[in-house]
Design a binder for this molecule. Structure first.
Ligand code: GLN
Length: 194
């Protein structure tokens, strides 16, 4: 769990619940710690905070290296999805920080509007064995374009809100507030790739 900023404690709790006794989950902050984990969750929060702070201590480069050399599974939630994307621009303020480019998608930040336009909605993700979960869309991004190598895991109306590309899953909503189902789906993909 990248611990830099955001919904860290809730994601640690959901990950522990999903893993049961079969693994452990803890926050990590440094590149050395990123080098030792089997998989990583980048929690929702604020990408313009998580990105620059993680850039400073080399964490982003470590994530990039682990994905490229070991196919480390990563679940990027909301701000985490923004950081993993090829490009991200804010609906109002335009282009933002550099992103990792580990997902071949272009993302629109704050796609549903400001904090006051946050909402919950049922999301279905059959490819991960999830019939329906309640996703919290909190200043959520959407995926405007996904290349052909990217599977679309969920849509809300016409908007793409969850994708997968190889070992990387990106979701626009917060799944950890409603339980551990998506974390369980992610844990199964980690086991499948181990
Ligand atoms: N709007 C935030 C961003 O662009 C993401 C919000 C969230 O993670 N809930 O980073």
């Amino acid at each position: 769990m990248l611990g830099t900023q955001g919904d860290v404690a809730e994601n640690v709790a959901a990950s522990r619940k999903a893993l049961g006794g079969s693994g452990s989950a803890a926050p990590v902050w440094s590149a050395a710690e990123i080098d030792r984990v089997d998989a990583l969750v980048i929690p929702g929060g604020e990408s313009t905070t998580i990105g620059p702070l993680s850039e400073l201590n080399g964490v982003l480069r470590a994530v990039q290296r682990r994905v490229e050399s070991d196919a480390m599974p990563v679940l990027g939630i909301c701000a985490g999805l923004v950081l993993l994307a090829r490009s991200a621009r804010d609906r109002v303020v335009g282009p933002g920080n550099e992103t990792l480019g580990l997902l071949d998608v272009d993302v629109e930040r704050n796609s549903f509007g400001r904090q006051s336009r946050s909402f919950e909605a049922a999301v279905s993700m059959p490819e991960l064995g999830i019939r329906e979960i309640v996703g919290a869309f909190i200043r959520a991004p959407t995926i405007l374009r996904a290349d052909s190598g990217v599977s679309i895991l969920a849509k809300l109306g016409s908007k793409i809100v969850a994708v997968r590309q190889g070992p990387i899953i990106g979701v626009a909503f917060h799944p950890e507030l409603a339980g551990a189902e998506l974390h369980a789906g992610f844990a199964s993909t980690i086991r499948a790739s181990a």
